[in-house]
Design a binder for this molecule. Structure first.
Ligand code: ADP
Ligand code: MG
Length: 572
């Protein structure tokens, strides 16, 4: 073993460390989930690489994660035979660069101006990662050997979480990583993390669906075989009939529930699986368990969360679909299988016929993948359409804005997605109205679907643009979501009815001001136009107004006032 070199944690990492240690105390047991999930990721990686490079396994393909508690030394060890890390990878992954989500995490805390927002739900979503082990450990030692490296090319990383860590050359007989926690004393109410029953419970609760065996040596009392027992003359045993042995026991169930027949998986199992998959503490709102047979064969198990994650609108946000091939994990975050506007869907797709030698980029163009995505989108939209009003409104409050992105971006599914959109209206008294219902409620002489966009619901309701429409009892959709602006650029009609902006162009109302009136006002209009020449295009008699004297409106093809504001805000 070589001489350790001391390094300093990067500031960001130190910030995260402090936060985790100080704010997560009541949930400290999730550290085990985080270390197990890292071990599982590492095994996924080596297993995936071995598909194209079988030598990398070097005969060691009995994948597992082993937990070794030591109640006397007060240590807990978690080891795996995953891909391991080289010296450079250790430097890069642990201590130096904070993991991908960290920047967003800190940013969010910065905005919230306090760590009080760190609820278990939020932490759950984030995956606090490796550093969470400092909640329970006063010192962490990590010894790792990368796949393909020699036993003497192993690396030892060590830290007490106090701002520095050391890295030294080390020796490890097998490929993989071992993490040893020197446990803190802890309060008397804290679980004893060296107690096998505590460990069993935590693994069951947080890591039951991990795809590899999580094992632990446990001492058991087993019967002594008859011929090994010491007996008296009559054949009665005079010594012990049982003895204690140490056996390796698997603690998790490892169920690939997506491959099981649909009706054999109960709600509780689904809920647990979802929580494992999504790092969410809330149960899912809805699920879709599909088995496609025929030309394209695959299993899919998809969930719609009941809560939107805080980073739903952050561009670097990961998608929630894991791709498997015959139960072998292929990749996380499989963007090719789900359009952006369904990025909140979590789940697993297992496609046996997939070509594994393709990169993420090529996957986007793979015919099989395109087929699967199309099927999944159709099924998901169907599921959303069939939800109860109560459930759907819950869904819409969380993800409505994202669904509307799809109306803009996916012209093939535009009508289906438009049917899923909901708006508050001038006549709905705060309730959501869909376009189908809007059309059912249209006045007999009404030809168009009217809408108005803006950023303030109250201002919209009281807009002078709506006076005449209100008088005629025409319902107007009140659009306050920034995405509505984009949607209305492409959504020109629904069910044969054109959309009309209440603030643009001619409203096509039957009783527009008649010609004689216009004549009478011409002199006045000419004067106004002269005064405001640089600011306006035209002065016209309006069919829009009832009580107000004048309002500003755009041409049919002009931007709406709100769009102009949005673009200005974006610096255009
Ligand atoms: P995340 O898992 O979200 O990337 P973590 O903080 O949990 O963040 O882990 C940071 C990184 O350290 C991982 O991305 C991985 O590269 C590396 N790492 C952690 N544990 C292991 C392990 N057991 N085997 C190999 N690499 C690991
Ligand atoms: Mg991790």
């Amino acid at each position: 073993e070589g001489t350790p070199q001391t390094h300093e944690f990067k500031t960001e990492v130190r910030q995260v460390l402090n936060l985790i240690i100080n704010s997560l105390y009541s949930n400290q047991e999730i550290f085990l989930r985080e270390l197990i999930s890292n071990a599982s990721d590492a095994i996924d990686k080596v297993r995936f690489q071995s598909q194209t490079d079988p030598d990398i396994l070097n005969g060691d393909s009995d994948f597992k994660i082993k937990i070794r508690p030591d109640g006397i030394a007060r240590t807990l060890e978690i080891s795996d035979n995953g891909i391991g890390m080289t010296h450079d990878e250790v430097m890069e992954n642990i201590g130096t660069i904070a993991k991908s989500g960290t920047a967003g995490f800190l940013e969010m805390l910065e905005q919230a101006k306090s760590a009080d927002v760190l609820t278990p739900e939020l932490i759950g979503q984030f995956g606090v990662g490796f550093y969470s082990a400092f909640m329970v450990a006063e010192k962490i030692t990590l010894v790792t050997r990368a796949a393909g490296a020699t036993p003497d090319q192993a690396v030892r990383w060590e830290s007490s979480g106090d701002g520095t860590f050391t890295v030294a050359p080390a020796h490890r007989d097998q490929r993989g990583t071992t993490i040893t926690l020197a446990l803190k004393k802890g309060d008397k109410d804290d679980p004893d993390y060296t107690d096998q029953w505590s460990i069993r419970r935590i693994v069951k609760q947080h890591s039951d669906f991990v795809a590899y065996p999580i094992v632990m040596d446990v001492e058991k009392e087993v019967p002594i075989p008859d011929n090994e027992q010491i007996k008296d003359k009559e054949g009665k045993p005079i010594g012990e009939t049982t003895r204690r042995v140490v056996e390796e026991e698997t603690l998790n169930a490892m169920k690939a529930i997506w491959t099981q027949p649909k009706d054999t998986v109960d709600d509780k199992t689904h809920e647990e699986f979802y929580k494992h998959l999504a790092h969410d503490w809330n149960p899912p709102l809805a699920r879709l368990h599909l088995k496609f047979e025929g030309a394209t064969e695959y299993d899919a198990l998809l969930y719609i969360p009941s809560q939107a994650p805080f980073d739903l609108f952050q561009p670097e946000r990961r998608h929630g679909i894991q791709l498997y091939c015959k139960r072998v994990f292929i990749m996380e975050d499989c963007k090719a299988l789900m359009p952006e506007y369904l990025r909140f869907v979590k789940g697993v797709v297992d496609a046996p016929d997939l070509n594994l030698n393709v990169s993420r980029e090529i996957l986007q163009q793979d015919r099989l993948v395109i087929n699967i995505r199309n099927n999944l989108v159709n099924k998901l939209l169907e599921l959303l359409g069939k939800m109860t009003t109560e459930d759907y409104e819950k869904f819409y409050e969380q993800f409505g804005a994202v669904i509307k992105e799809g109306i803009y971006s996916d012209s093939n599914k535009r009508t289906k997605l438009a049917a899923l959109a909901r708006y508050k209206t001038t006549r709905s008294d705060g309730a959501w109205v869909g376009l189908d219902d809007y059309i059912k409620r249209m006045q007999p002489d009404q030809k168009a679907i009217y809408y108005i966009t803006g950023d303030d619901m109250n201002a919209l309701i009281n807009s002078p643009h709506l006076e005449k429409l209100k008088e005629k009892s025409y319902e107007v959709l009140l659009m306050v979501d920034p995405v509505d602006e984009w949607v209305m650029q492409v959504l020109t009609e629904y069910d044969g009815k054109p959309f009309k902006s209440a603030e643009k162009g001619d409203l096509e109302l039957e009783d527009a001001a008649d010609e004689t009136d216009k004549e009478a006002y011409n002199a006045l209009f000419g004067f106004i136009k002269g005064q405001l020449a640089a600011k306006i295009k035209e002065v016209k008699a309006s069919a829009r107004l009832k009580d107000s004297v004048a309002c500003l409106s755009g041409d049919n093809y002009d931007m709406s006032a709100y769009m102009e504001k949005l673009l200005k805000a974006a610096g255009q």
